[in-house]
Design a protein around this ligand. Structure first.
Ligand code: PEP
Ligand code: MG
Length: 314
């Protein structure tokens, strides 16, 4: 299977009845972009840009960021790049950016909340992404958005930058990682160009279980029907407005989850590079009606364990 998947890694992933699902790669460093393409990724579905900020002892300037992002655009040769703006705070501190101690850092100043407090950092990053992209497709998304207000605040900065730096092919999207955002997806879909579901954080905030908790990790399963229902709401809201939806959390490469996500209508799966060939192979085994049946079956279950058992049984 591995061999066969590898041989077809550069082909699109279509179900047996012709439904296409884009398979992209999650990257934590632009230096790995060429490898992702070699493994069959159709683009970068999540560039975790934190590395640019963490590998320097001070905030990276415009030129440094343009060079870093430019490396990925060059390797992608016209394939789309989805960049997430800086997502620090919480569990991810920055040495040169002191943050006050918080009792509950996962519920504190992190993600978009933090960069909105330092708009010049967000502005420089957006400018660098647009300048590095030039005529190549770039999609930019904000992390940890909770509602339209935060999206509009980020978009106002983006619009200002875009008025000066005209990138040819750009979309602005929202990461769906906070349950409020999935519930309010219909309002967000009117103004955002796309959604990318971060199932790692979405699961953490839906189940109220720290995603890295040593004792609770077994219970923190993104296959939980509550999480699946939030994904369903998100996809329905997006498609009603003609927007596309990706999944960039770990769930996207879970073999049991792939049919369910395809059945829920997810348009793109972004997974770690080495899993790209196998995820494509898994999509090719499906038909859309069957995937929809499995999604329905999963949604009707009461617990994550029941979802997995029910899928296993069929
Ligand atoms: C997620 O939360 O699912 C996600 C993709 O972002 P990260 O894992 O970087 O928090
Ligand atoms: Mg996240």
């Amino acid at each position: 299977l591995r061999r066969a998947a590898h041989a077809r890694r550069h082909e699109e992933a279509r179900t047996r009845d012709g439904h296409r699902v884009e398979i992209a790669a999650n990257l934590g460093n632009t230096a790995h972009a060429a490898d992702a393409v070699e493994r069959g990724a159709e683009g970068i579905g999540l560039l975790r840009t934190e590395f640019v900020f963490m590998e320097h002892s001070e905030a990276p300037d415009l030129a440094t960021q343009i060079a870093e992002y430019g490396e990925a655009f060059d390797a992608l040769a016209g394939r789309p790049l989805v960049a997430r703006t800086l997502d620090v705070g919480g569990d991810k501190p920055l040495s040169y950016w002191p943050m006050p101690h918080e009792e509950n850092p996962f519920l504190g100043v992190r993600g978009i909340r933090l960069t909105l407090m330092r708009p010049e950092v967000l502005e420089t990053q957006l400018r660098a992404l647009l300048m590095a992209a030039g005529r190549r497709p770039v999609r930019i998304m904000f992390p940890m958005i909770k509602d339209i207000e935060e999206f509009r605040a980020g978009k106002a900065i983006f619009d200002r930058v875009q008025a000066e730096v005209k990138a040819a092919d750009v979309q602005l999207g929202v990461m769906i990682e906070v349950p409020s955002c999935a519930l309010l997806a219909p309002t967000l879909a009117k103004e955002a160009d796309f959604f990318s579901i971060g199932t790692n954080d979405l699961t953490q905030y839906t189940l109220a279980i720290d995603r890295g908790h040593p004792q609770l990790s077994a219970q923190s399963d993104a296959m939980h029907p509550a999480v699946l229902r939030l994904i369903q709401l998100t996809v329905e809201a997006a498609h009603a407005e003609g927007r596309w939806v990706g999944v960039c959390g770990e769930l996207g490469s879970d073999p049991q989850a792939i049919p369910v996500l395809v059945g829920l209508g997810v348009d793109e799966l972004s997974v770690s590079s080495r899993r790209v060939p196998l995820v494509k192979a898994a999509v090719r085994e499906l038909t859309l009606p069957r995937a929809r049946e499995l999604a329905g079956l999963a949604l009707r279950q009461p617990t994550a364990a029941a979802v997995r058992e029910a899928l296993e049984a069929v």
